[in-house]
Design a protein around this ligand. Structure first.
Ligand SMILES: [Fe+2]
Length: 164
């Protein structure tokens, strides 16, 4: 996966960088125990969904760019079959649009990302999460505490729209 990391233009420890990718992966793994989401797709989503960002603020095209990037990766790098790659591509392309309806693996990807909004001062709204698993109070609290514990979020305000 080092080939992916080398392509990331922004600060490695920043709000859309490596610490966020790790928390999205951990969020997704916790949700997947309940939702049954495909862990291979989730783990790839955590690494890829923000990798094509050009700034840490408003960048509405970054999901589509991440999806397009998937087509350029060497065959077999992500170790996903065709269906999994389709799911990953869709999840990346549309992860900032606030959608709620999709295949459960895609929903779990989106929720895993949205549960980390605390790092930019946004408390995730249960009504904007896709799965019951993510809406559980104990999961919201667990994710919130982790999301605000990262020093890279210091100084952020509640005006963090578009940061998923
Ligand atoms: Fe994200």
């Amino acid at each position: 996966m080092a080939v992916l990391g080398r392509g990331y233009r922004l600060r490695w420890e920043g709000i859309h960088g490596w610490p966020h990718w790790v928390r999205v992966r951990e969020n997704g793994e916790r949700l997947a125990v309940v939702t049954g989401a495909d862990l291979d797709v989730l783990q790839a989503f955590a690494l890829v969904h923000d990798i094509a960002r050009r700034n840490d603020a408003h960048d509405p095209g970054h999901g589509a760019r991440a999806a397009a990037l998937l087509d350029t990766l060497p065959d077999g790098l992500l170790r996903l079959d065709g269906f999994q790659l389709e799911q990953l591509t869709f999840a990346c392309a549309h992860h900032t649009e606030g959608l709620l309806e999709a295949d459960v693996t895609i929903q779990t990807c989106w929720d895993a990302d949205r549960l980390d909004l605390g790092r930019v001062g946004i408390e995730p709204d249960p009504a904007l999460l896709c799965t019951e698993a993510a809406r559980r109070p104990e999961v919201l609290e667990w994710a919130w505490q982790r999301s605000i514990g990262d020093e890279s979020s210091a100084g952020q305000t509640r005006n963090g729209a578009g940061h998923a």
